[in-house]
Design a protein around this ligand. Sequence first.
Ligand code: ZN
Length: 241
Amino acid sequence: MRYAVISDVHSNLEALRAVLADIKANSVKEILFTGDAVGYGPDPNECLKIIEAGCSVLIAGNHDWAAISLTDITFFNRAAQSAMMWTMKTLTKENLQTLSKFKMTEVVLEKNLFLVHSTPREPQRWFYLQPYRDAAANFEYFDEKICFLGHSHIPFIVERNLKGEVAVYNDEIKITKGARYIVNVGSVGQPRDGDPRACYCIFDEGLISFRRVAYEISKTQEKMRRCGLPIHLIERLAYGV
Ligand code: ZN
């Protein structure tokens, strides 16, 4: 059975549609979402509807919480703040209600998977989990075999083997018996690892792998211009930074 994990869509409808088409072509059974449906991009309502309808688990990201005033956006940088103000006034009442149902963490698949947006240790403080610095400590804060998360928009896999040794990978790996994993699934709507293509993760019993999917970036950028979203947010999509 194959599962897809998607994260950090950030109101980018073109990227989301391209990823869903790729997921469909990969005979995936279920899609899990690890947060940040909205913020930054031009289509928050459309993206939320699709995510709610298509994903079996819905985790809240910091932008999702900001949109329903559960996170203080004075901690956001100026472009993110300005995009969030636009998002808050654009979201429908119904979609604001949908966001309030998103969970902070969730355990799925007979307790083998743990899902969170930022870190298992302090989910509501929205820290970025640095694979080399923070992963070892974070393994103590969930019991499942694999933790999927997002937030930094940079994909990686941390493996902790039976001896407690930790290794970091940027590409696909075979799942080893006894080992545990923390996987950042990357970002659908605003990748930041230098590759502008949408990113998501597929896993089955034997393998964790990343998929990169090209989409019509210029179309999203044009919509963002029309919505008056910050130029910095528009330009970065072309570079994946
Ligand atoms: Zn994000």
